[in-house]
Ligand binder design. Structure first.
Ligand code: N2P
Length: 391
């Protein structure tokens, strides 16, 4: 893992130097207009490396995409429809467990979904996923090999990386002049008293238990009864101070100032900082940190449901999303980290600067991050989380 991420950082640096070499700053074009120092084109074009010969007679008219909130640039869906005549209908979820409940019930109607690592593991074991036809995914060559063949899907039989990110704390620096460096900022009742009802935790059984476990000095995958009891107690003690458990619009509430601090995914925090397309504008005081006790690294992946009637079209869509220009635009828009090495080279300097400011992990931070795993014991989180929420 470290090797891959070191490379990611190296790539970021290469991009940085490349941009520095061509001036780095926006340059005045002959017409006097300001040109952005980026090569990412404004509209989709079949990129040179996109060598899939699409059989249009096999394309469905629609594709049903079950995706996380605020997790794709909507103009990319328009481009896909323009190019292939396929309308992508998007439904949203904010937790793997909610997504799983819908899919397990059967006949969800979805073709393509973006489960996180441990949820991919759950899904293929339950027979919910279709095996991928790699001959339809030539753009897989753009994906960082160190983000392939991970523990949750050896050989990428069922999944390909979509985006990855890290989980930590987003906060408004106006209210924390000395910064934040510990989960205590979300759990220590002597601290959270000051911003009672102005902060949130992710509405997510693995993430919120994970944060509590980290604060207590455990692994996010710890399932011993004693550790779980302590974590549950901590979450229950925190509850009266919380504005909400929130995974859906932490970005907006941090940007608007309704929250001054929150348990957050890195990309949601970057959206709060930068805004999200024309949907809402950002707040320059939002920063993101991985607490000293550690945080989470995760990856969401594209999968096709076993009962999808449109598997061919779903592959074409997946391959499209792995085009460097498309993947770069998407990563720039949503603020999460692209596993696509060719896309990273196309990112604008402004995004690279934010990555270096903490919205992406550096080598020191990586050492404090853990992946979440599924095992025989981790289903314990579901009932404990229900109990915490029911308190
Ligand atoms: C975006 C959700 C990020 C995915 N709203 C967390 N795995």
């Amino acid at each position: 893992m470290l090797k891959g991420h070191t490379r990611f950082i190296a790539l970021l640096l290469i991009g940085l130097f490349a941009l520095a070499a061509c001036g780095g700053q926006p340059t005045a074009s002959p017409g006097g207009a300001t040109a952005e120092p980026t090569t990412a084109p404004a509209t989709a074009q079949p990129s040179a490396g996109d060598d899939l010969q699409v059989d249009r007679s096999r394309l469905s008219r629609e594709l049903r995409f079950f995706n996380w909130s605020d997790y794709i640039d909507p103009s990319i869906l328009e481009d896909f429809e323009r190019e292939y005549g396929v309308r992508v209908i998007v439904d949203l979820f904010d937790a793997n467990e909610d997504m799983l409940a819908k899919v397990r019930a059967g006949r969800s109607g979805y073709d393509i979904i973006t489960p996180s690592d441990y949820a991919v593991d759950i899904m293929w074991r339950e027979g919910l996923l279709a095996k991928l036809d790699k001959s339809l995914l030539p753009n897989l060559k753009n994906i960082d090999p160190d983000l392939l063949d991970k523990y949750f899907d050896p050989g990428n039989v069922y999944s390909v990386p979509y985006m990855y990110g890290i989980t930590g704390i987003a906060y408004n620096r106006q209210f924390f002049p000395n910064g934040v460096d510990s989960w205590a900022a979300l759990f220590d009742t002597t601290q959270i008293e000051r911003y009672r009802k102005q902060f949130s935790m992710l509405d997510d059984e693995r993430e919120s238990f994970g944060a509590a476990l980290k604060y207590l000095g455990y692994s996010v995958n710890e399932t011993s009864p004693e550790a779980l009891r302590q974590a549950q107690e901590l979450l229950i003690a925190q509850k009266p101070f919380l504005a909400a458990y929130n995974s859906s619009d932490v970005n907006r509430k941090l940007a608007s100032g309704e929250y001054i601090i929150a348990h957050s995914w890195s990309g949601a925090a970057l959206q709060a900082r930068n805004g999200l397309g024309s949907e809402f504008s950002g707040n320059p005081d939002i920063v993101f940190v991985i607490p000293k006790e550690g945080g989470v690294i995760w990856m969401d992946n594209m999968v096709i449901l076993a009962d999808s009637p449109n598997a061919y079209t779903a592959h074409v869509f997946m391959n499209f999303l792995m085009r460097p220009d498309i993947a770069a635009r998407n990563a720039e828009y949503i603020g999460y980290l692209s596993p696509n090495v060719e896309a990273i080279k196309l990112l604008p300097q402004e995004i690279i600067d934010l990555y270096n400011e903490g919205f992406a992990p550096n080598e020191e931070v990586l050492k404090r991050l853990e992946w979440m795993v599924r095992n025989e014991q981790t289903s314990a989180f579901t009932s404990l989380w229900t109990a915490v929420k029911g308190e």
